[in-house]
Design a protein around this ligand. Structure first.
Ligand code: APR
Length: 241
């Protein structure tokens, strides 16, 4: 694969952050085992019990300062340097891709670092120590400060940047998915969309996900081990030509 001649789109899921110590959702001991989705990740849950939802996300926001990017994150930022064009979409709401050196990350499910004004819908980065306390936080955009909600796409809400995501996949050469179980749409259907445009599809995942049969090439194992090796091989192949 001569990556310096290729437009590459990557989609990551919780699996790429697992080796940084962030829990995935559906593996054993995953987040949804302890906190059923209906209780913490839907607009109805926020209406019904905002303190429960707020506490769930504040603890995940506080955890961001305790984790670091892992070799899989750094392998992608190295790939971004060598590819002709590189576009990263993540389902993850952590900031590990940015902290590994990738500047433009499309967070289709939102970001823990941001909070969203319930009145104006505006998002603001709020990661100061005082923003991470258990009390609700209030916006700086309204005359009378309104309560802020997590800037996360909850079940039943529209993922972000989908038009840009589809446009990028339609025109790329290679679509790589790392660390996702293929449970949640539209993310899980992007490989199928890519195949309609003769895009080469590659999967790197610990176990066989639901949609693994859709991929041209699959690598099973930990992303922190597989991805650095693959990226170095691709760089070598490019420099040999
Ligand atoms: N390396 C590679 N893959 C891994 C690793 C690892 N070290 N550890 C776990 N995985 C794989 C698991 O095998 C699993 O297939 O990562 C996948 C994680 O799946 P999920 O927990 O379902 O996470 P994800 O696919 O990102 O979930 C998608 O669902 O709950 C919503 O909004 C949430 O963005 C999330 C979306």
């Amino acid at each position: 694969m001569k990556i310096n001649q290729l437009n590459i789109v990557v989609l990551t899921g919780a699996g790429i952050s697992a080796e940084s110590g962030l829990r995935t959702f559906r593996d054993n001991g995953g987040l949804w085992e302890e906190h059923p989705v209906e209780e913490v990740a839907t607009p109805q849950a926020w209406q019904r019990n905002p303190s429960m939802v707020w506490g769930f996300y504040q603890s995940r926001r506080r955890q961001l300062s305790e984790v670091e990017p892992n070799p899989a994150h750094f392998a992608l930022s190295k790939l971004a340097e060598y590819a002709k064009d590189f576009f990263l979409i993540t389902q993850n709401v952590d900031d590990l891709h940015e902290r590994s050196g990738i500047m433009d990350v499309v967070h289709m499910h939102g970001q823990l670092r941001m909070l969203r004004c319930e009145l104006s819908g505006k998002s603001e980065e709020r990661m100061e120590p005082s923003d991470l306390e258990s009390d609700f936080q209030f916006c700086t955009c309204c005359e009378t400060a309104s309560r802020l909600r997590p800037d996360i796409v909850w079940f039943g809400e529209q993922p972000m940047n989908m038009v840009e995501i589809y446009n990028k996949i339609e025109t790329c050469d290679v679509f790589i998915v790392v660390g996702s179980s293929g449970h949640v749409y539209p993310a899980a259907g992007l490989v199928n969309f890519a195949k309609q445009f003769n895009v080469q599809t590659i999967l790197i995942n610990l176990e066989e996900p639901l949609n693994s049969f859709m991929f041209d090439e699959t690598h099973f194992g930990s992303a922190g081990k597989i991805l650095p090796k693959l990226v170095n091989e691709w760089i070598e192949q490019s420099s040999l030509c």
